[in-house]
Design a protein around this ligand. Structure first.
Ligand code: APR
Ligand code: ZN
Ligand code: ZN
Length: 361
């Protein structure tokens, strides 16, 4: 029997979000219904509401979530009712050319639930990133559920489902940060701070945080930054070079998603160093660089999709490190809120007041 629950929808372009009754079908083959316990508010949810992702309104927002599996459909063997899970938005297929080459974190054919959740009048909802977890329950593909140790608080665990994993993975998976490395992180929001925490965890010796907001830089220090640079006041490229013996950092992580900060990252890395772009640009942005510099500076220029994470490998491992006290995921939760406070949380996010607001259900 389909169930009726409360969920936060974005009804139309730039319209305020609101709580509505939504209909969640029983899980079909390969699907699962999850009772959501917590879901973080991410920029991508705001982009959906603004019409910046696509026009498939109404959206069911929310995608950084943790909860308990309530029911599974036919053929589901990896999770069962009662499992505590983090939802991921890249359920790997196991069959595409990336998966077959043994690189499932690049999977080119990730999947979502086949059935649609609806409003009570039958209007089909588009779940944000195929999840839609600002809701008491949600329907996902079973592969989107990753089982982790239930000892962790849901509001902390859920954050690994998106921004925090993107940042940690940008450092550890994409950037390959290791012991003794110098790292610079440009943009210290939730994603950048997670890149700092990931670099710290990986043993980086120098971690330089760059932002235009001193509040963000103060927080970055608590996440593991050894130095901070306010790039409104100081040229960040020169500052990073000075802090790294005149050379530049081994790995520079761009966590803003703008051409000017990408250019800073490009020139702030050492010769043969690595640039990781984890900030997400918008379609009109263009980059111009002397091709000779691209050649002459060598190294690698990489993008990080979802931190190049493999949920089944990375989520349980990072939760275990958190539970052992080696990774403070709790530091990313600025506030917990109710389902009807998402609109307000968007405003606070926009003003830069929070790392993450988390809806607790
Ligand atoms: N130089 C340095 N820092 C900047 C600049 C700039 N020109 N412009 C903005 N910032 C800082 C902001 O002050 C803020 O601290 O970048 C940070 C961005 O953080 P958030 O807005 O909280 O965004 P976050 O959730 O961290 O995501 C960052 O990654 O996944 C993507 O879509 C996401 O593009 C976004 C990026
Ligand atoms: Zn695949
Ligand atoms: Zn997100």
């Amino acid at each position: 029997m389909a169930q009726e629950v409360r969920g936060v929808i974005a009804p139309g372009k730039d319209e305020a979000v609101r709580v509505e009754t939504i209909v969640v079908p029983d899980p079909g083959p390969g699907e699962a219904v999850v009772r959501v316990q917590a879901c973080g508010v991410c920029h991508t949810d705001l982009h959906y509401k603004q019409g910046g992702i696509n026009d498939d309104f109404p959206f069911l927002l929310g995608h950084e979530a943790a909860g308990v599996v309530e029911a599974v459909g036919d053929g589901v063997t990896d999770v069962e009712p009662g499992d505590f899970v983090i939802l991921n938005w890249r359920a790997v297929c196991g069959k595409c050319r990336a998966c077959l080459r043994g690189r499932p974190w690049y999977c080119f054919d990730t999947h979502n639930a086949k059935q649609r959740m609806t409003l009570t009048d039958g209007t089909e909802l588009s779940p944000a990133l195929g999840i839609g977890a600002f809701a008491e329950k949600t329907l996902v593909a079973a592969g989107q559920c990753t089982k982790v140790d239930p000892a962790v608080a849901p509001q902390v665990a859920g954050l690994l489902g998106c921004g925090v994993m993107a940042g940690i993975g940008a450092a550890i998976n994409t950037g390959g940060v290791g012991r003794g490395d110098s790292v610079a992180v440009i943009g210290c929001g939730g994603v950048g701070d997670a890149a700092i925490a990931g670099s710290h965890l990986a043993g980086a010796a120098t971690i330089i945080a760059v932002d235009i907001d001193d509040r963000k830089l103060a927080k970055a220090r608590t996440m593991g930054a050894t130095h901070t640079v306010n790039s409104r006041e100081t040229d960040p490229v020169e500052a990073i070079r000075e802090l790294t013996g005149g050379f530049g950092a081994d790995v520079v992580i761009e966590a803003v998603g703008r051409p000017e900060t990408y250019q800073q990252a490009f020139y702030a890395r050492d010769l043969a160093g690595t640039v990781v772009l984890v900030g997400v640009p918008t379609p009109e942005m263009k980059l111009e660089l002397p091709l000779l510099d691209v050649f002459g500076r060598g190294g690698s220029l990489k993008s990080s999709w979802y931190g190049d994470c493999l949920p089944s490998r990375d989520f349980p491992m990072l939760i275990d490190l958190h539970l052992q006290g080696r990774l403070d995921l709790g530091a990313f939760v600025t506030e917990t809120i109710q389902l009807d406070e998402v609109e307000k949380a968007f405003e606070r996010m926009h003003q830069g007041d929070v790392l993450r607001s988390v809806v607790v259900l």
